[in-house]
Design a protein around this ligand. Structure first.
Ligand code: XBP
Ligand code: MG
Length: 229
């Protein structure tokens, strides 16, 4: 195993319910759009990857004219608000994530990021959560978001590695589909938003990084070997 590519939202940290969702609601209110996403509704909408497409889809569903233009304006404000949240340093990594990243680094495994989120907040958040990483591919860098494989294919290209030597770590069905389509053995660590997702095809499924035992570099290497067997 030469490298591990981590997803961000829901994987490195629980960012959706109290982070992105709150920023979306504040941005919608700031733009006078009569739409508010409660936890249950937002969880449903998470099957649409990318904040801006997610907004546009729900605005269209609510019959808002020029939904794409409104979504673009609201999403720009949401991104600014979420960058502020990130800069306050209040988002904590999921328990066990720093320990896993430290173990990978101790074994000389390279670390990369593949997310559909905007680079404006991804880079400061990743630095806050796990320090500097070698490669970061964001939604800004690709034409097609997860479950399309483009994000992971670009990460492999920038790493200069073949998929056979790399493991992906994800939290969701769309993320698993993207990594698998790029040929990556994928470890899925579900969370409250994704515990019901279809994660068939994962090389390993866990409900936490630190339970029932800490997830280690050896576990990821074993998952890679198993997936290749
Ligand atoms: C999850 C997403 C992102 C976030 C919102 O990304 O789909 O769109 O929900 O961030 P990941 P943006 O691939 O890291 O799980 O508003 O910046 O899209
Ligand atoms: Mg995710």
């Amino acid at each position: 195993m030469k490298a591990v590519v981590f997803d961000v939202d829901g994987t490195l940290a629980e960012t959706e319910r109290d982070g992105h969702r709150v920023a979306f609601n504040e941005a919608l209110a700031a733009h006078g759009v009569d739409l508010h996403w409660d936890v249950a509704r937002y969880r449903e909408l998470l099957t649409i990857t990318g904040g801006r497409p997610r907004l546009a889809a729900d605005l269209r569903r609510h019959g808002v004219d020029d939904a794409d233009e409104v979504a673009a304006r609201v999403h720009r404000t949401k991104t600014e608000l979420f960058v502020d949240v990130v800069r306050r340093g209040v988002i904590a990594p999921r328990p066990g994530v720093p320990e896993l990243v430290d173990d990978l680094r101790a074994h000389g495994v390279r670390i990369a990021i593949a997310t559909t989120g905007r680079r404006a907040w991804v880079e400061p958040l990743v630095r806050h959560l796990v320090g500097d990483v070698e490669v970061t591919v964001c939604g800004d860098d690709v034409a097609a978001l997860k479950p399309d494989p483009e994000t992971y294919l670009l990460a492999l290209s920038r790493l200069g590695l073949d998929a056979a030597r790399v493991v992906a770590v994800e939290d969701s069905g769309p993320g698993l589909a993207a990594a698998r389509a790029a040929g990556l053995a994928t470890v899925v660590v579900t969370n409250d938003d994704t515990v019901h997702h279809d994660v068939r095809g994962a090389a390993l499924v866990r409900e936490a990084f630190d339970r029932p035992a800490p997830l280690t570099a050896a576990d990821l290497a074993d998952a890679l070997t198993g997936a290749r067997a």
